[in-house]
Design a protein around this ligand. Structure first.
Ligand code: ZN
Length: 219
């Protein structure tokens, strides 16, 4: 059952559930729910599949927006294919949630992400490029996402993620991660170097990355 009775926690002062509709997709039928942060006006489109129950931990994913990967199917990163994979897995499970977190380029925005791509074209990796532009390697925060899961009635989840920082942040925000489910797609030739950087410099749990290529993405 879907609930809507959450409360603000930590650095998120709460999210409001404002709209809800059916969304048929190539991966099957979902509900799409529009949440908005009370503090920043940040919007969170959320895909919900099936009946969510507090007793049975659902498979969930926080997908960070990647315009180039999600919409243009860029080969510089694995983002678009991760989103497709997550939707298919949740469809197979019969219940689950995907929060689409609109923090492009790990929070630096699309134009700065393109600037970072310029630096990557000149030889820097994704972390070096962000640092060159004066940003931290990762500006994302997950408090509002934790709040959304709670408003949906989920306090215990099975999280699809390769990112230990995301798991730690969600646990700190009061979610119980009962299982980490790997979301490693087969790396394309172009995305290998980017994923290698995520593994070596950001601690992502990636097993299929051991070769090296020239290009890299920024998320
Ligand atoms: Zn990407």
């Amino acid at each position: 059952m879907i609930k809507s009775n959450g409360h603000a926690e930590d650095n998120c002062t709460g999210v409001e559930r404002l709209a809800e509709a059916n969304l048929p997709t190539e991966s099957g039928m979902f509900r799409i729910i529009g949440f908005k942060s009370n503090l920043t006006d940040e919007e969170f489109p959320v895909l919900v599949k099936g009946e969510l129950s507090p007793e049975e931990p659902s498979l969930v994913r926080i997908h960070s927006q990647c315009l180039t990967g999600d919409v243009f199917h860029s080969l510089k990163c694995d983002c678009g294919r991760q989103l497709d994979y997550a939707m298919k897995r949740i469809q197979e499970e019969g219940h689950g949630v995907i929060i689409y977190q609109q923090q492009e380029g790990r929070g630096i925005g699309i134009t700065n992400k393109i600037r970072a791509y310029e630096l990557q074209d000149a030889g820097q990796d994704t972390v070096e490029a962000n640092l060159s532009l004066g940003f931290e390697a990762d500006l994302r925060s997950y408090e509002c996402c934790a709040e959304i899961f709670k408003q949906l009635g989920l306090h215990r989840v099975r999280l699809m993620s390769n990112n230990p920082d995301k798991i730690a942040a969600l646990e700190k925000a009061g979610l119980e991660i009962v299982e980490r489910v790997s979301i490693e797609v087969e790396p394309t030739e172009n995305a290998l170097n980017y994923m290698k950087t995520k593994k070596e410099k950001m601690g992502h749990l990636l097993e299929k990355v051991d070769r090296k290529t020239k290009l890299a993405c920024n998320k």
